[in-house]
Design a protein around this ligand. Structure first.
Ligand code: SF4
Length: 574
């Protein structure tokens, strides 16, 4: 290939708008050759020209740099909305820019940089958890703070559970439960953005985290959602838009009224390329409000690296979950990909490996993984070598089993890996795309479950995948005495609990989820203390944990309970 004859640097502002100049022939891209090297990205493309290819490099203007007179920044939608005002050359640039739109918000980042890193402890904005009585009640718990100070000596390794002896009832709390760093960062970003931008409309792409109480508190403070956690768009009035009730001129979709001065926060789960492109086109500042957890981004980087090494990426995840949707969308820029929900589905995939050269295998694949694989996925070609990444919040053991099963299938079908050649299953069987918070919450729960228990309450949102995984672990040990609840309101009495039955195929799917009333301790005289394990998913605020404890205590006669001060004093002596 001949080297480019010359270079044109396109300049974008923080709102992903292109610097434009006006000429008698129409709008042209402003020449960004004066842009400092540090603000030019590695991203670009060649455009054919009469004397050879023209190299187009993408760059971003530093906020402090003055803009030349005569330069105006236009959003991609503005430019494509009046094509007659563009020169033919600008039209060519816009067409070639299309595949790169999703990269525009991140031009200032290197390949290995993270969009948003966890804040160190001294930079955390803990004041947002105590803004008023409502947030104080939701987020704060003296009991949980004491337990965490006592047991959570290390953020990333589980320790012994902490007992709370109230007399008639004894609780056991794992050393690690509740908010992870990714959730804390996203929550702090959301509250700060609302506080710092009075008068601007602040939207969240979809739910900030999977906890209805947190989301309601943010709504109350003025945040609005663009779409539901299932991707169903909201109208300006707040109703869901669907086939029966479409958007109207009087009540359009929130997506369609977004303007560059609006703010859209991307939640910790990340966002699909499609959603990011929509924001970029409309001229919104994407990167500044992107709260994608860096551990989710770590998964994307692993998938990209596997793709570059020639592997097909198998994503262990729930296809309806925002994070898995975002991971799939991100991965398909770099590799063929398929989503498997669990070991059973991994077995189906593994069953295709020996037959991957046969046409029938393609039909079986398409039937089994419809809507969950990249376009044009060829079983014959793309099942030659695979690497596994996962949704960050699943059970690590299940991911390990999936990797081992797929490795066994390749061994049986192709024999041992050839020395010096790439392994059939890439990544050396690593499971490090599971996040540490999920892992440590699961480990800490395992240690607590080794103790004698009468019941377990796992607290979290109905669409919280990691809460469901914690409940599954409790269910294995305690069966019907393991309860998945959203708040203290689900503890109806000492006889009954409103337990949430998580849908086998995920929230929003045909099998749905439902709440059923399950017996707790009907007809008990409580001659001996009850031993109850309490934990919460990564999106469960401490205030909810404390409220559940208070609710259970309230069901016992006060004279049989020790005061909370004495229980806290026990902890101080431990
Ligand atoms: S559960 Fe893990 S991946 Fe998800 S937000 Fe928390 S730290 Fe990030």
């Amino acid at each position: 290939m001949s080297s480019p004859a010359s270079e044109l640097v396109l300049v974008f502002d923080a709102n992903n708008r292109l610097a434009i100049r006006f000429t008698p022939e129409g709008r042209v891209a402003a020449d960004g050759s004066a842009l400092p090297q540090a603000h030019r990205s590695r991203i670009g493309f060649d455009l054919p020209g009469e004397t050879g290819p023209l190299r187009i490099t993408l760059g971003c203007i530093p906020p402090e740099q003055p803009v030349d007179t005569g330069v105006v920044f236009y959003s991609i939608d503005q430019l494509s909305g009046s094509p007659g005002a563009n020169t033919p050359f600008l039209a060519d640039i816009l067409a070639a820019l299309e595949p790169h739109l999703v990269e525009l918000p991140y031009l200032h980042l290197g390949e290995n940089d993270f969009i948003y890193k966890f804040r160190p402890a001294q930079e955390r904005n803990t004041s947002i958890y105590a803004q008023d009585a409502a947030s104080g009640a939701l987020y704060q718990s003296a009991l949980c703070a004491t337990i965490k100070a006592l047991a959570r000596r290390h953020e990333r390794s589980a320790a012994d559970p902490v007992p709370l002896d109230f007399g008639a009832v004894q609780y056991l709390l794992p050393s690690h439960f509740g908010f992870c760093l990714g959730v804390k960062n996203a929550i702090e970003r959301a509250y700060e953005t609302l506080a710092e931008n009075p008068g601007r409309r602040v939207f969240m792409l979809s739910e900030l985290i999977h906890n209805p109480f947190v989301n309601e508190d943010l709504l109350r403070r003025g945040l609005r959602y663009l779409q539901s956690d299932k991707g169903v768009p909201f109208a300006v009035s707040g109703r869901k838009i669907n086939a029966d009730q479409p958007a109207t001129p009087d009540d359009p979709a929130r997506w369609d009224v977004l303007a560059p001065e609006d703010i859209v926060i991307i939640p910790a789960f990340g966002a699909t390329d499609e959603d990011k492109r929509r924001l970029v086109r409309r001229g919104l500042a994407v990167c500044a409000y992107d709260a994608t957890c860096m551990l989710v981004e770590k998964v994307w980087k692993a998938a990209r690296s596997y793709g570059r090494d020639g592997y097909t990426v198998v994503i262990h995840g729930k296809h309806e979950h925002e994070e898995t949707k975002a991971t799939f969308s991100n991965t398909r820029r770099h590799a063929p990909a398929v989503i498997v929900r669990n070991l059973a589905e991994a077995r189906v995939l593994a069953g295709l490996i020996p037959a991957r050269g046969e046409p029938a295998a393609q039909a079986r694949f398409e039937a089994a993984f419809a809507g969950r694989h990249t376009e044009g996925f060829s079983v014959a070609r793309d099942l030659d070598r695979i690497a596994v990444v996962n949704q960050t919040t699943l059970l690590v053991n299940e991911t390990r089993e999936i990797i081992e099963h797929l490795r066994g299938a390749y061994l049986a079908s192709c024999g041992p890996d050839t020395p010096g050649a790439p392994a059939r299953v890439g990544g050396s069987g690593r499971t490090d795309t599971l996040c540490y918070a999920t892992q440590v919450n699961q480990d800490a729960l395992g240690r607590a479950l080794a103790r004698p228990l009468d019941a377990a309450f796992v607290i979290g949102g109905k669409n919280s995948s990691n809460t469901y995984q914690l409940w599954r672990v409790c269910d294995e040990k305690l069966g019907r005495m393991a309860f998945f609840i959203q708040s203290e309101a689900d503890i109806l009495s000492l006889a009954e609990v409103a337990h949430y039955v998580f849908p086998a195929h995920g929230p929003g799917t045909k099998d749905g989820g439902h709440t059923e009333t399950r017996p707790l301790w009907p007809d008990e005289d409580f001659a001996r203390p009850r031993r109850i394990l309490i934990t919460g998913g990564a999106s469960c605020p401490d205030g909810l944990i404390q409220a559940v404890i208070a609710r259970i205590n309230s069901l016992f006669p006060a004279e049989r309970l020790r005061p909370v001060e004495s229980v806290l004093a026990d902890l101080g002596r431990a």
